[in-house]
Design a protein around this ligand. Structure first.
Ligand code: MG
Length: 168
């Protein structure tokens, strides 16, 4: 109904959609998770963000986060490529092997910058998150990347998600 009277703006509609789903579950007297198809597991792995900062500050923060019990880090990148290479290298060196690292550029780079980063960090095990703005730009990076990639900012519809799946 919302789409018939107000095109676009999925972020705004999402909040209303979630509220309506919650109300429907309450009206039915069941937990929302049951309404949405049921629980798949009793726990979920969470990551904690290593915010953008100096090389030393980011390495120290990552170390502290792991000491607090987190095993998954999302490292913010997407600034000056050469500085971010130093930052991620220092973060990876400051945490135990096996720590899961996501490098999230929040769509901050051109494909060329993203490839520069990927080439210089080839020896580090991480998942590349949203390096560029568009799906096509990210795909151009993905083709020469030997790491997993996840996208969020460029996924604004089911069609986008299916497009990304089709493109591998
Ligand atoms: Mg992200």
């Amino acid at each position: 109904l919302m789409d018939t009277v107000f095109k676009g703006h999925p972020y705004i509609k999402s909040a209303l959609d979630m509220a309506c789903s919650d109300l429907a579950a309450r009206a039915a007297g069941i937990p929302l998770v049951t309404l949405l198809g049921g629980r798949e597991s009793e726990s979920a792995e969470l990551y904690k963000v290593v915010t953008h900062g100096t090389v030393d500050a980011m390495a120290a923060l990552a170390k502290r986060i792991v000491e607090d019990g987190f095993h998954r880090l999302q490292v913010k990148v997407g600034g000056n490529v050469h500085d971010d290479i130093e930052r991620v290298t220092a973060v990876a060196a400051s945490v135990p092997k096996g720590t899961v690292i996501f490098c999230d550029a929040n769509a901050g780079w051109t494909p060329y910058q993203a490839r520069q980063f990927a080439d210089a960090t080839r020896a580090i095990d991480y998942t590349f998150e949203q390096p560029c703005t568009t799906i096509d730009e990210c795909m151009s990076v993905r083709r020469s990347l030997d790491k997993p990639m996840v996208l969020d900012e460029s996924v604004t519809s089911l069609d986008d998600m299916l497009d990304i799946h089709r493109k591998g």
